[in-house]
Design a protein around this ligand. Structure first.
Ligand SMILES: [Zn+2]
Length: 549
């Protein structure tokens, strides 16, 4: 009997091994050598198509659209639509309610002071005497990024580096566990970092800074890349009172004399397309010097092009300067992809290109064409509300701040005087609703009950973080912005600020496009799926399966 049982067991084992062999499928997980995340600050989705005829066949945009996958209806799903929130959402798949980055700046209700998104007084500048400009880290981000998850997935073997002109554009995408983040110090014209990452810049970065490329770009001045008839066809006139003048009050139109800033003022490059070239040069130097894409795990380079935002703010989406910036960025991206093809290998790397937010038309440009638009000033509204509450409640400092369309009440004052907060909010709301530029006011604590369209309500709720948000959300009339006296801005729910490009390209990506609605929160979820790694800790996005092979 024992023998029979033994024979039976042996037979079952042999059969089971045999059947396992029969069913074995080779499931080796392949991965890209490098992911390059590209955020173009303030890029509107329509720039992919509005200027398409002017993009070069071997430029970046036609290559992305011609070989990659475009999610043509991608939206920002929260308020406010500004840079810090955008970069955080792209890289965490999360929203301010969870990731905590409620603005570029916010008023912290616990600390009772204003906070800058990446400020960190416990660290110091590395690479220059930048002082406060170097006291930066990702410590205010409350969740992991996709770049953190990549590092967590393989015991921190993946190299992750973030670069940008703006500190927040480099620091937030690179995540908490980054190998490095480098941003531009406009005083010295150098790329710097902080002691959060390292004690000293690597030698290759010191060499890069020593080349003083900014002066080389200044030497070119800024003239139109194409003949002027192109700009006349595609743009508003070049000389408008409603444009800002970043190169001096007498510098009204292209060409701009940049040579005058050589060796003197390293801040001006940010408002020119040459800052994109500077950053692309840094991207190449980073890939080469840090040997990105040469390991048997995936590395990640996060590149955020900031200057389209500066150019957009000053000149607007219909300006010669803006068009010229995108014509040149197309060439710059094409060159960067050529470099990646050569060094990493074609289809060995994955790129996604998106924006942190889009942007509005200049109000006076709209008005010129009988389209609604207007301006307001959050500083003036704060003063106005404090004057009102002095009259109404005999309180002089009831409003702590008005920032990114949020009205922050002085809670310690309200608590100490045992005032009725809900009566105060009602009274302020009634007062604000009488303003010409205000469409609606939402009590943020009760936003889910607000009688406003579901899309806006969800954006308010997603943007609401009790410690770092205000009490009342201002919903402005369409085309109304907080942008000073000239130029334009962004930050509101409307499609002109919330509709962003999203194109995937390279390893693992199909060719095609998609018209169903997708969201900024889906980007990290999709990259996680592509790389077979966990999605970030606060991710609420969904994978976009259509983009993947
Ligand atoms: Zn901006």
């Amino acid at each position: 009997m024992k023998r029979i049982i033994l024979l039976f067991v042996t037979t079952v084992c042999v059969l089971s091994v045999f059947s396992q062999k029969q069913n074995t499928v080779t499931t080796t997980i392949t991965k890209p050598k490098l992911v390059v995340g590209i955020v173009v600050d303030q890029m509107r989705w329509d720039y992919l198509y509005r200027f398409n005829d002017l993009y070069k066949p071997n430029g970046g945009f036609k290559r992305l659209l011609g070989e990659g996958f475009s999610c043509d209806n991608t939206f920002v799903p929260y308020l406010p639509t500004v840079t810090a929130c955008g970069h955080t959402c792209v890289y965490t798949g999360s929203v301010p309610a969870i990731h905590g980055i409620t603005g570029n700046n916010w008023f912290d209700n616990n600390l009772q002071r204003g906070v800058y998104c990446v400020e960190d007084k416990t660290v110091q500048a590395v690479g220059s005497n930048a002082g406060e400009a170097g006291q930066m880290s990702p410590n205010n981000v409350l969740v992991t990024t996709i770049t953190d998850e990549l590092r967590l997935s393989n015991n921190f073997q993946s190299k992750v580096i973030g670069i940008s002109m703006k500190d927040r554009g480099a620091i937030i995408p690179a995540g908490h566990s980054a190998n490095a983040a480098y941003w531009y110090d406009s005083k010295s014209g150098s790329f710097i970092t902080s002691t959060y990452y390292m004690k000293e810049l690597p030698e290759w970065m010191k060499t890069f800074n020593a080349r003083k490329l900014v002066d080389t770009f200044y030497a070119r001045n800024w003239n139109t890349e194409l003949a002027s008839n192109v700009y006349i066809k595609y743009c508003d006139g070049d000389n408008n009172d409603y444009e800002s003048k970043p190169f001096g009050k007498d510098a009204l139109t292209m060409p701009y004399n940049l040579q005058q800033f050589q060796g003197k003022d390293y801040s001006k490059i940010a408002s020119t397309p040459f800052a994109n070239d500077l950053l692309a040069e840094l991207a190449k130097a980073t890939i080469k010097s840090e040997k990105l894409g040469t390991q048997d795990v995936t590395d990640f380079l996060a590149v955020s092009f900031s200057s389209p935002d500066y150019v957009g703010h000053s000149f607007g989406p219909n300006s010669w300067e803006l068009l010229d910036t995108y014509i040149r960025l197309d060439i710059t991206l094409g060159n960067l992809f050529d470099y990646l093809d050569k060094t990493i290998g074609k289809n060995q790397y994955t790129v996604f290109l998106t924006a942190d937010h889009a942007g509005a038309h200049i109000p006076e440009f709209l008005q010129k064409h009988n389209i609604p638009g207007g301006r307001w000033d959050d500083g003036e509204i704060k003063k106005d509300l404090n004057d009102y509450s002095k009259k109404q409640f005999s309180l002089s400092n009831l409003i702590n701040a008005v920032m990114e369309h949020d009205v922050y009440l002085n809670h310690p004052l309200i608590d100490s005087l045992k005032l009725n907060e809900s009566d105060i909010k009602k009274s302020l709301t009634q007062y604000l609703l009488k303003k010409e530029v205000v469409l609606n006011v939402v009590d943020k604590h009760h936003a889910a009950e607000a009688t406003i369209p579901a899309k806006i309500r969800e954006m308010v709720v997603n943007g609401y973080n009790p410690a770092r948000s205000g009490d009342l959300q201002l919903i402005m009339k369409t085309g109304v912005m907080d942008a000073g006296k000239t130029g334009m801005s962004h930050g509101v729910w409307n499609p002109y600020d919330s509709h962003i490009p999203l194109v995937f390209y390279g390893w693992g990506i199909k060719h095609g496009s998609l018209n169903r609605e997708t969201y900024m929160t889906d980007i990290s979820a999709t990259v996680a799926s592509l790389l077979h790694i966990q999605m970030p800790s606060g991710c609420i996005g969904k994978v976009i399966p259509e983009v993947m092979k």
